[in-house]
Design a binder for this molecule. Sequence first.
Ligand SMILES: [Zn+2]
Length: 256
Amino acid sequence: MKYEDIGFPIHDSHIHVGQCFDDFYFSPPNLIKSLKELGIMKWAVSSPTTYKNFDKARIELEELIELEPNKTMPMLWVTKYMLENSSDLSQYFVFPIFGFKIHGYSENWDCNAKPIKRVFSIARERNLPVLLHTGYKPGGPESGSYEKLISEFSDVKVILAHGRPENQTLNILKRNPNAYVDTAYISFDGLKNIYDKLGSNQIIFGSDFPLDSHYYPTESLTELYKKNIINYINVFGIEAFKQWTDSNFHKVFNLK
Ligand SMILES: [Zn+2]
């Protein structure tokens, strides 16, 4: 199977623009160029630039919307400062927002404290999914630390980015139908185990593009992206991948 022969549209739930690392900035035109080359139909995109400067992130996202209004789905990267500044976050709804992103490693969010519950309440009111970064200790929070929150907000859809550690993620998915795991940097064995035990219903395709540029600086980002997808299709089958990138994407983001 070749990437060009896939034959259905790819939707990506985990894309970044802007200041991805201190030494790596990915501009809106660069991002659009890559996503076009890859033929992606829709992308949920957040900007880590938000940490330093929301206004700059706002300009980046507006530029993406201007370049690709029907394909760009901005997600609001929420910081504690933003929540203190605007307790219902309404100040930041400056264009259509399709979800929230919380990175509990870059910023220390207590997984069961008031601030994060506040974000979940807003997500509930606005019917938006929340993308949560997960990691292995000490690079956490581990997915398991979020289980109480996820079950308390059982009507809020949650994507556990990277699904780490995989055994905790498996248990959360099993017990919480509102929880999903994305495919970004999750180990192949971990993903396979989740797929074997639970099938595809709670797996969503998300790449974390263009972060590969940090890990594989000498390789072509778009070629790596294609290679990954072909790998999924070879291991899990084309129907499974289609569900992750198409019907599950639509379900999580409440799209028709
Ligand atoms: Zn990410």
